[in-house]
Design a protein around this ligand. Structure first.
Ligand code: SF4
Length: 698
């Protein structure tokens, strides 16, 4: 029988950027079940993570008291998680003692070495208000722009290309617009696994006649629903996309009026793609010329065509070039600015859009005002009452390098787990261990927290109220359903307590007060009041004035660039940083799996999800596995120049020959020990989707 709840609390899902609305059923301060709600992105639907991924909040490993590292205990970058040993490494402390140690240590480094000797990582799992306050703390309390979060690891290159090309890093149309399109291209994304409810809308659209094109080196479940599936060779996105554009130009399928009225730079783009005929690109990308031409015609001639993409596009050293090609495709055919068209980079975390909007990135203040733009600096100096550093800060991977170059000496990390999520994770762990002072605020003793000097026990998603912005630019309310366990505290309170120790006497009495300050500084959300969020539960931005309904489809009249025109940026083929060779002959592709979320800190502590996928796996083509002398279920070892892991082989004929796919959620086989930290020069995103490894059975 179902447990009768004490209360029901409406909130949003803590996992992916789709932003499904849900209701927590709570009994005795425990969530007993979750139901989908009629939100704009899900209309009652939830995936397995949203429905079953809640009991991490009650897990016995939750941090419930502040911890301070015992004197003399070394920080080992290569630890294995062993909860039994926590109190050998850390001692329990009062909040007062821990906050003095946390804030005092950061202040001492700032005073001795300057603000650029400190850095902060916020979290795309936190609310807009937490992201805003965290970046404000770094900028005004530390005195630098060294603040970043996991957007650097996910869509930074997409955002770089979008800001450059069309003046806005957010999506142009909501996912649900797939139902209004005639053709939908999904490229470098596996929404069935990573954005499952969005995938259901795509599948439903196919049933009503929408032609779905799936393009990906790995065959995903969504490919079964596709009108055409293009399994191109890993790392050949630009070859494929330029060949499509070549066809569109050569066959006169461009939209000349749109190009003339709304864009600039077309001639250079057309001249560049002239070098990329489908016939010449077919052997490079592995898709025959006629298929490339067919798909290009289909996209260009559709009444409405939409492109959705994921990290298969963005996580390359040429990620920005990949996204530039997608933008150019939409612009040359006029497939943007109307319902059922547009560009949609599928956002990963549930608040990666909002955290970026709120300024949790090293080169931008809130609302994407550049920190090195004097007018923007003056605006935020006036608002925050402090002199600000006009130099853009360092990004996630750059911060790790700077620590080991004896630059950054102290960090404050809230809700991020770079020891698992950063590329070349051994290098990242070494850097974190080398810090003079590391403060980690989290709900579990993560692999990163294990390297901390001070650990501040924080609140889980269901234990606080805040606003979250989904992939569709919809701002929604997550509401508190539980009290934090033990002496754990809400993140907004903790940030303010640390801020006080840095000389910032803030006193925000809740998320509404923070949000109110945000909307006064961010024209894009100026029309969204907290009352309206509480009443409506969801409001789309841009929403510039109260009463403004918000704009689900943007760029209908002009692009938000000074000229009002979008800009074509040509791209040429740049190879992956590390190619397979005789010693490391296999391509490693990393990503996620349906049941687990990112570094696994929450989902691996959720009973149902952990039961469904309890062990680390690597997906290998069955013929490759046979050639290795292995069988499904065998332990295999994967090694790169940077490290090695052992995990279980799973036969998967969707994985291309010569490649292996590994989810990055398993701490006992942390695959990012192997990945390459080479960066895209524009978005500074690492090449998670391609590096050279060798694989052996045993
Ligand atoms: Fe949560 Fe995303 Fe699943 Fe929706 S699709 S329930 S937001 S994980």
């Amino acid at each position: 029988a179902l447990t009768v709840p004490d209360k029901q609390v409406d909130s949003v899902c803590p996992y992916c950027g789709v932003g499904c609305q849900l209701t927590y059923h709570v009994k005795d301060n425990r969530i007993v079940r979750v139901e989908g709600r009629d939100g704009p992105a899900n209309h009652g639907r939830l995936c397995v993570k949203g429905r079953y991924g809640y009991d991490y909040a009650h897990h016995p490993q939750r941090l419930t008291v502040p911890l301070i590292r015992r004197e003399g205990v070394p920080k080992r970058g290569d630890f294995t998680m062993d909860p039994e040993r926590v109190l050998d490494v850390f001692r329990e402390a009062t909040w007062e003692e821990a906050l003095e140690a946390a804030g005092g240590g950061l202040a001492r480094i700032r005073d001795a070495h300057g603000g650029r000797a400190l850095a902060g990582f916020g979290s795309a799992k936190g609310s807009n208000e937490e992201a805003y306050l965290f970046q404000k703390l770094v900028r005004t309390g530390f005195g630098s722009n060294n603040v970043d979060h996991c957007t650097r690891l996910c869509h930074a290159s997409s955002v770089a290309a979008l800001l450059e090309g069309i003046g806005s890093g957010a999506v142009s149309n909501p996912v649900m617009d797939v139902t209004r399109a005639e053709v939908v291209i999904v490229i470098g994304a596996n929404p069935t696994v990573n954005h499952p409810v969005a995938a259901t809308w795509i599948k439903n659209a196919v049933r009503t006649g929408v032609k779905l094109i799936v393009a990906d080196p790995r065959r995903s479940d969504l490919a079964r629903h596709a009108h055409r599936f293009l399994q191109f060779k890993p790392d050949t996105d630009v070859a494929l996309l330029n060949a499509m554009m070549h066809t569109i130009v050569e066959e006169g399928l461009v939209d000349p009026a749109f190009i003339a009225d709304r864009t600039s730079g077309y001639d250079a783009l057309a001249a560049n793609v002239a070098n990329y005929s489908p016939e010449a690109m077919a052997p490079i990308c592995g898709i025959d010329a006629e298929t490339i031409r067919y798909v290009a015609r289909l996209y260009a001639t559709a009444k409405g065509a939409m492109i959705l993409w994921g990290m298969g596009i963005s996580q390359h050293v040429h990620g920005t070039d990949n996204a530039r090609c997608l933008i150019a495709l939409a612009l040359m055919t006029g497939q943007i600015g109307r319902p059922g068209t547009g560009l949609h980079p599928l956002r990963g975390q549930n608040n990666v859009q909002g955290a970026s909007d709120a300024g949790l990135i090293p080169m931008m203040y809130p609302d994407y005002r550049r920190v090195d733009e004097p007018e923007a600096q003056a605006k935020f100096e006036a608002a925050w009452g402090r002199a600000l550093d006009g130099k853009p800060g360092l990004t996630v991977v750059e911060i790790m390098d700077d620590i080991l170059a004896d630059g950054i000496k102290g960090m404050y990390i809230m809700g991020e787990n770079p020891a698992m999520s950063d590329p070349d994770a051994n290098h990242a762990r070494e850097a974190l261990a080398a810090l003079q002072h590391l403060v980690v605020q989290d709900i579990f003793l993560t692999e990163t927290a294990y390297l901390a000097d001070v650990i501040l026990p924080a609140s889980s998603f269901a234990e606080k109220t805040g606003s979250f912005t989904n992939t569709d630019r919809v701002v929604q309310l997550g509401r508190q359903a539980l009290n934090p366990p033990g002496d754990a505290r809400q993140d907004l309170w903790i940030i303010q307590q640390v801020a006080r120790r840095l000389g910032l006497p803030w006193k925000y009495d809740g998320p509404a007060a923070v949000f109110d300050e945000m909307r006064k500084l961010m024209p894009s959300i100026a029309g969204i009041t907290w009352d309206r969020l509480e009443r409506d539960g969801a409001v789309t931005y841009p929403c510039r004035a109260e009463g403004d309904p918000g704009e689900p489809v943007v760029f209908t009249q002009a692009f938000p660039r000074e000229s009002g025109r979008a800009r074509f940026v040509p791209a040429d083929i740049i190879p992956a940083d590390e190619r397979p060779d005789a010693e490391y002959p296999v391509v490693l592709i990393t990503g996620r799996q349906l049941e687990h979320w990112h570094t696994g800190s929450m989902t691996r502590r959720a009973g149902v999800l952990d039961a469904l996928e309890p062990d680390p796996v690597a997906l290998v083509h069955p013929l490759d596995l046979e050639a290795l002398g292995g069988r499904p279920g065998d332990v295999i070892t994967i090694a790169s120049r940077r490290g090695e892991v052992a995990l279980y082989a799973r036969a998967d004929d969707g994985t291309p020959r010569g490649a292996v796919f590994v989810p990055f959620c398993y701490y006992e086989a942390a695959i990012n020990r192997l990945t390459n930290a080479a960066l895209d020069p524009f978005g500074k995103i690492p090449e998670f989707k391609y590096c050279a490894v060798r694989v052996q059975v045993g």
